[in-house]
Design a protein around this ligand. Structure first.
Ligand code: NAI
Ligand code: NA
Length: 395
């Protein structure tokens, strides 16, 4: 079978499993090139199969020799298709980690459920004893509560409606997009799905089960962004959820004091992932930002961000480098005033005819395709993929 990309709007409908392997290998090579660092040896990653979670796992295993348990919600092969990119990322990561002599276990299922918490606790006890670090990197549009209630997050603004050019990845074109103001219920629901409550439930359960090593740390990923994006993000429903996440870091930190541990939030830079491509209007900011940051030689992808987070700002010579609010600022380069001034000068000039000339939308598009295993160098996309052998792989 020859696999060609199927993109619908801002969502990839398929993936190229062999290309996903090349993408995981590229990330491993980048971590190896950056050199080893003295990091945690036993790590639990929630949201391990793509984006920042996958990059974290790769950085810690191949940079610091960590054994990991990764939890994710992914689809395997079925009569509906070959399965999701994250499904294959899990498989290729595990194979590479095991080849390097590391433990890598993938748990597939709903991380919001108590069943998964129990499964993780049992797996930690059997395989790792305890963990030194818990990474919270879930991005989801829905959370099923313990009583079965389904809560959905929305991507809306608050106050006034906001509209602007958005990116249609399917047609490589700009389209008008708008964000309506959320109702109070929509804000509350988005906080329930993407805020800190579930993070806290995880740390409570792990601590009660004695699965956290003395001095264990936890970090969750957040975004703030520049003022120009506040209507899209910080003052939007997702921004409220992130505020809740930041506040929860204080609560978890108090709880972890019992074992000498700490909770942090890493405020990351804007990057192309499955989750961020879906936020209205934001990808236009992202394309402009990528252009400016590449021009100035400070661009980072997911793997470079996570390598710098762990090697430089969490487990480096100065220990954890955070501000007074428990925030580790990985968005330092993005928020550099010179970079933001350059982006802000370009943004009002963007039209459907000139956007490719003003920003790095080709780079953004390539990153998006590569998340799904397409457009990687060294992969022969003309060669048929052996579906039968892929179907036999288990996470
Ligand atoms: P992603 O979509 O690449 O990864 C999300 C992960 O969560 C996947 O591994 C997925 O399988 C897992 N997941 C989703 N629902 C699940 C469930 N019910 N049970 C188990 N696993 C589940 O997203 P990305 O961008 O890596 O996001 C991770 C975190 O980083 C989010 O909190 C996001 O807000 C944050 N972040 C993202 C930025 C960006 O520009 N992409 C910037 C700053 C922060
Ligand atoms: Na992730």
């Amino acid at each position: 079978m020859i696999i060609t990309p199927q993109i619908q709007g801002c969502v990839a409908r398929n993936c190229h499993p062999i290309g996903c392997r090349a993408a995981v290998q590229q990330q491993i090579a980048s971590v190896r090139a950056a050199g080893p660092f003295n990091g945690p040896k036993r790590v639990l990653v929630l949201g391990a199969s793509s984006g920042f979670g996958l990059a974290s796992r790769i950085a810690l295993t191949f940079g610091a020799g960590a054994d990991t348990i990764g939890i994710s919600f992914e689809r395997g092969p079925s009569d509906k298709g070959l399965g999701s990119a994250g499904w294959y990322n899990n498989i290729w990561f595990r194979q590479a980690a095991e080849q390097a002599g590391r433990i890598a276990i993938n748990l597939i299922g709903d991380a919001f459920s108590d069943t998964m918490r129990q499964q993780a606790i049992e797996t930690i006890r059997q395989q790792l004893g305890q963990v030194d670090l818990v990474i919270y990197s879930l991005a989801s549009g829905i959370r099923v509560l313990a009583d079965g209630t389904q809560v959905r997050s929305v991507l809306k603004t608050t106050g006034q409606p906001f509209s602007g050019w958005g990116l249609d990845l399917e047609r490589d074109a700009l389209v008008q997009q708008s964000l309506a103001p959320a109702t109070p219920e929509e804000i509350r629901d988005t906080v329930t799905v993407m805020g800190g409550e579930d993070w806290q439930l995880w740390l409570q359960a792990l601590q009660q089960a004695d699965c956290l090593a003395p001095g264990a740390q936890t970090v969750a990923y957040s975004y703030i962004g520049p003022e120009s994006t506040y209507p899209l993000y910080r003052d939007g429903t997702i921004g409220y959820a992130k505020e809740h996440l930041h506040a929860t870091a204080e609560t978890i930190n108090l709880q972890l004091a019992q074992i000498g541990g700490h909770a942090w939030v890493s405020v990351c830079k804007a990057l192309v992932t499955k989750a961020s491509a879906y936020i209205p209007v934001l990808p236009v900011y992202l394309g402009l930002l990528m252009g400016v940051m590449k021009e100035r030689g400070v661009h980072e992808g997911c793997i470079e961000q996570m390598q710098r987070l762990f090697a430089g700002k969490m487990y480096g010579p100065n220990g954890v480098v955070a501000d007074g609010n428990r925030l580790i600022r990985m968005d330092d380069h993005e928020l550099d005033p010179a970079i933001q001034a350059a982006v802000s000068a370009l943004w009002p000039k963007v039209t459907p005819d000139n956007f490719h000339a003003l920003g790095d939308f080709a780079g953004l598009r390539r990153d998006f395709m590569q998340l799904n295993g397409f457009e990687l160098t060294g992969v022969d996309y003309g060669a048929p993929v052996d579906v039968a052998s892929l179907t036999e792989l288990i996470p």
